[in-house]
Design a protein around this ligand. Sequence first.
Ligand code: CA
Length: 221
Amino acid sequence: MRLLIVEDEKRLALSLAKGLTAEGFAVDVVHDGLEGLHQAADGSYDLVILDIMLPGMNGYRVCSTLRSAGHDVPILMLTAKDGEYDEAEGLDTGADDYLTKPFSYVVLVARVKALLRRRGSAGGASPVHVLGDLKVDTAARRVFLGEDEIALTTKEFAVLEQLVVRAGEVVSKAEILEHVWDFAYEGDPNIVEVYISTLRRKLGAALIRTVRGAGYRLEAR
Ligand code: CA
C-alpha cells in the first residue's frame, strides 16, 4: 500500500511518514499543494493525506481538481484547528474523511486503515485471499498455511500482499519495490530477492515462481 502525504509542516510530515512506514506502508512526502496535485494525479497511490493550508495550492483545490479529473483515490484531509475547516466544504470537494490537528497518531492510523478497508470492500474485493492452503487476510494482516498462522514482518507481509492480490499474474521486481518501499529508495533493488527468499522459506519454495526476466508469480500448489 502506497501513501502520499501532502503537508508543509515538515516535522509533522516526517514523523507521520516515519510512523506509517513502520506500519508497513510505502510513503512519499511533498510539502507543496501543486506538487501534491501532480504526484497524486499520477494515480499510483492507495490513499492521500492532504493538509488544507498549503503553499502553491490549498488542499480544497487539490482535492476538487483531482476529483474533477476523475481520480477516486481516498483522501484524508488535515486541518490546523477547529473552525478553519468547514466539514461540509471539505466533503463537497470530495474528501473522504478529515482530522483536526492536533490528532493522535493512533487515530490517524485507524482512519487510514478504515479508509483503505472501505475502499477494498467498495471495490468488491474480499480482504481475505485464499490460494491452495495459503490464506492471507489483508485487513487483519494475518497469514495462514493450512491451520498454522505464519508470522511475517511488516515488509515481508507487504511483499506477499503485492503478489497475492495479483495471484496468477507476473509482478515485476520494480512494481514490488515501488509499492513496498518508496520512490526515494536508493538501496539495492535486489532487496526484493532477499524478501522473496524469506517468504519461500516460511511459506514453501513452490509458492512463488520466478519468471525469468519478468518478475514473480504466486501459484497455488
Ligand atoms: Ca499547513
